[in-house]
Design a protein around this ligand. Structure first.
Ligand code: HEC
Length: 218
């Protein structure tokens, strides 16, 4: 009997413990069995915080942070014309504004500076596959990628510059796109360099200054 009472009392306490005080309110600190990250050290926006010397919870952007909407300067360096990435302009899309026709020519001022930039970007992003000469004999051919386009193909020579821009931006057939790696202005600089590569094979004797012609070997 004594055991029965003891067990009954313990069960009673247990029952009260589990369901007894549900829904009651108290001003005392609750007992926390699982704190569940209720309290965490963190910064709140627009609030004070003693963690930093200036007591500000909101921090200024790190120096050198780029805004997503940084406009691009058109033309050669020093040109003050600015273009934002969302504008429907040939320089952003490779198309004439409002239609789907490709632009025929690079919509930036092509300068020596742009060409030099293009050479560097070409060597980094395109040369592994298309080769230093643009003939499709990059290092990847030795590794088994045999279908890389020869950029001296008459079909590619005749392509409008906007179409080349489209190939870099969106990829084509087996070639993947390089929009993430190559900025808009750099894409045009690469196109300028590809045109220089193509021209280098299409030049005639008339393109060589007269006093240098005798130095050419046949
Ligand atoms: C990983 C290898 C690789 C890299 C890097 C690469 N390409 Fe290509 N590219 C290819 C292959 C493969 C093809 C042929 C695609 C096909 O026709 O299936 C091709 C095709 C092309 C074509 C011809 C498209 C057509 O209409 O036939 C152009 C133009 C071109 N690439 C330009 C570039 C430029 C510019 C870059 C640098 C930004 C670049 N490629 C980087 C592999 C590459």
């Amino acid at each position: 009997m004594r055991y029965f009472l003891a067990v009954a009392m313990m069960l009673g306490v247990l029952l009260l413990g589990v369901v007894g005080f549900r829904d009651t309110t108290t001003r005392r600190t609750p007992i926390e069995v699982f704190p569940d990250m209720d309290r965490q050290p963190k910064l709140r926006p627009q609030a004070e915080d003693a963690f930093f010397a200036d007591n500000r919870g909101s921090r200024r952007p790190v120096e050198g942070t780029m805004a997503r909407m940084t406009p691009m300067t058109m033309g050669a360096s020093g040109s003050s014309e600015l273009v934002y990435g969302y504008e429907d302009l040939p320089v952003n899309t490779g198309h004439l504004t409002g239609v789907t026709n490709y632009v025929e020519n690079i919509p930036l001022t092509v300068s020596g500076e742009l060409l030099e930039r293009g050479m560097g970007r070409y060597q980094i992003n395109c040369q592994p596959c298309h080769g230093a000469l643009g003939d499709g004999n990059g290092i990847t051919r030795k590794l088994g990628m045999v279908v890389v386009a020869n950029l001296h193909d008459p079909r590619i020579i005749k392509m409008p510059d906007g179409e080349l821009f489209h190939v870099i931006t969106s990829g084509r057939n087996l070639m993947s796109n390089y929009a993430a790696q190559v900025s808009v202005k750099d894409r045009w600089s690469i196109i300028a360099y590809i045109r220089a590569l193509q021209r280098s094979r299409l030049a005639s004797i008339d393109d060589v200054p007269e006093q240098l012609r005798s130095t050419l070997t046949k």
